[in-house]
Design a protein around this ligand. Structure first.
Ligand code: ADP
Ligand code: MG
Length: 247
């Protein structure tokens, strides 16, 4: 796995926020690689900077110092438009609180990345292809009866499944998931994780997952420990199959 080139390569990532007249240092120089086909888990106490780091790796938030290469391209050296295209085509992002558009249906939410990637005109000619693809994902995720529902009419688990479908629409090689089950009850969260892992396997995604669930570590290839804005440890695992009780 590690002999192929990384999908994400981050070096010396620092991030600080101005707070009043002082500066709050959150990340102190983080290095991280994500390889194709790898399940990489990031764990750490609340407030240690995991979300801040993910947003930088996912090209959503600019680091104060350091570089992020995504599929070999220096993400933060690109123009805003080029960076958006790079992110949209290569990184599927799943958030703890779903971030669906309240006024769009489940199907429309799942199709949104295609609209963004191709622009309103380019999208017109491709709409059919992407609709097929979104439908296929939503069917597989058990949402066939929810296509025209708006997020407000969906359960948390359903909303997260729509968000996962959206993240996979453009078939990105990378998936970043920030506590994707943090807002779900145990049983629902377990189902959502199964689905994430299944898609990771099926597509050979590089998956970067933030979680508080220690049990998940053994189902990932590597676990990184974050303490006070630094990665302080790495464990390697041979993946365990899911237990019957959890499936
Ligand atoms: N925009 C911001 N301005 C100031 N401080 C922030 C901002 N965003 C996050 N922080 C602080 O950065 C620290 C790390 O936050 P976060 O990355 O969300 O941690 P985690 O995801 O590990 O819980 C926290 O102390 C948080 O309060
Ligand atoms: Mg967080």
């Amino acid at each position: 796995m590690s002999d192929s080139s990384p999908l994400i390569q981050a070096r010396g990532i620092q991030r600080s926020y101005p707070v009043g007249d002082r500066t709050l240092e959150i990340l102190h120089g983080v290095d991280l690689d994500l390889f194709p086909g790898e399940r990489l888990c990031l764990m750490g106490a609340s407030g240690t900077g995991k979300t801040t780091l993910l947003n930088i790796l996912g090209l959503l938030d600019r680091p104060t110092q350091g570089q992020v290469h995504v599929v070999g391209r220096n993400g933060w050296a690109l123009s805003t438009a080029e960076r958006a295209r790079l992110r949209n085509a290569h990184i599927g992002y799943v958030f703890q609180f779903y971030h669906l558009f309240a006024e769009l249906t489940a199907l429309e939410n799942a199709m949104l990345p295609a609209m963004i990637q191709h622009g309103p005109l380019g999208y017109l000619g491709k709409r059919k292809v992407y609709k097929e693809r979104a439908l296929e994902l939503l069917h597989r995720f058990g949402l066939s009866a929810r296509l025209k529902h708006r997020p407000g009419k969906l359960s948390g688990g359903e909303q997260q499944r729509v968000a996962i479908a959206r993240s996979l629409l453009l078939d990105p090689p990378i998936m970043i998931a920030d506590e994707p089950t943090g807002n779900l009850d145990q049983a629902t969260g377990e189902k959502v994780l199964e689905l994430l892992f299944e898609e990771q396997e099926r597509r050979g995604l590089g998956l970067l997952l933030v979680t508080h669930d220690e049990n998940l570590g053994t189902r990932c290839d590597r676990v990184l420990r974050m303490v006070d804005g630094l990665i302080q440890g790495e464990e390697r695992h041979t993946r365990e199959a899911p237990s019957e009780a959890e499936a």
